[in-house]
Design a protein around this ligand. Sequence first.
Ligand code: BGC
Length: 433
Amino acid sequence: MKPNPALGPSRRRNSTSRLTAAALLLSTLLQPGLLRQAQAGDIEVLHWWTSGGEARAALALKASMQAKGHSWKDFAVAGSGGDSAITVLRSRVVSGNAPAAAQIKGPSLQAWAREGVLTSINEVARAEHWDELLPQVVSDQMKYRGDYIAVPVNVHRVNWLWVNPAVFARTGAKVPNSWDEFFAAAETLKKAGVIALAHGGQSWQDLTLLETVAIGVGGADFYRKAFVLREAAELNGPTMEKVLTTYKRIKPYTDRNAPGRDWNLATAMVIKGEAAMQLMGDWAKGEFLAAGSQPGKGFICTPAPGTAKSFIYVVDSFAMFKLKNPANSAAQKDLASAVMSPEFQEAFNLSKGSIPVRLGMKMDRFDDCAKASALDFNAAAKSASLLPSIANGMAAPSAIEWALKDAVSQYWNSDKMSAAEAMKRMVEATRAK
Ligand code: BGC
């Protein structure tokens, strides 16, 4: 995937729709009263939102900062799942040249804060009552020793199945709710000569697929014990064996060119009807929308098989770095405030495929997938089925996450590795430092 020109290096896809989104947001933010008086500063934000839908969303952020008079320095690092972005960020921070903010999430926020490189944004958070505006599971994660060091952007749901209804209608396949139905549909599609599942064979996508199968086959309680508490007895036990076997049964329904493929190219296969389904977080919805495809018409969103009551979440957030220049620090506070504003939460999430993280937001401009996601988020929180994504940086220290990605990817790619061997490697991965 190539970087994006409007944001950073080279790419021009969907520029019209992006500009429209930016213009809309700009006009909202220019309404009297919404502008705070601040000294203009430079805002440099590191992120990896470079696909069509992601870039449209990121443009909303750029527009809101420019509306406040700041100059936006985009620091977009292409590379699915953000693996390359974090490597680049580390070298910038080590050389004393940190950006104002960087897309960091989950336990990594605490790890960066412990290094002493993040700054407190309590002044903004207190003045704007963030504690009351955020679910506690989120506000706790945004704080280090009681201080807000990051601002949350959204809530993504991972356990979605994306379906091309035209391909289903043409082949007579039925949209699945359970894994049995999934394999029945996949078989029908395969017999009709269609790629049943578009997969991107990168280790973070391999693990994203596994966690979705895990919650579908093993249930929320199993998921929590295996991936959040990382109990060896669950990582290496009969339920995990069933999960791994089900996971591997999916592979023959993916295509030979899957290895190395970016997630958004897999989504594009579903958009174009080259593949029938994708199991992926709702950042995929951003791609459908950016391509002009509408929910219920061009695509269908449905919970991944067996996961209607569960919700694997990702909360994207921006960690705030210590800066030397006072004008840039002031601009950084404006950034924090803008990200939490209802206007931004709506504009950004309409493009990103996620839902607002700010509580009490009106959902009337959102589509049915987002409305379902918001309802399911609340229901899952009440029934202890709201769980952090291990594949997308929310559930484990990054060394463990990386080791798990490796172990699972090796299993997915090997014709010889047994589920027993994979489980042994997964347990070993949880000891990574
Ligand atoms: C992030 C999303 C992003 C996706 C694909 C996920 O881990 O949370 O914001 O769109 O990766 O890059």
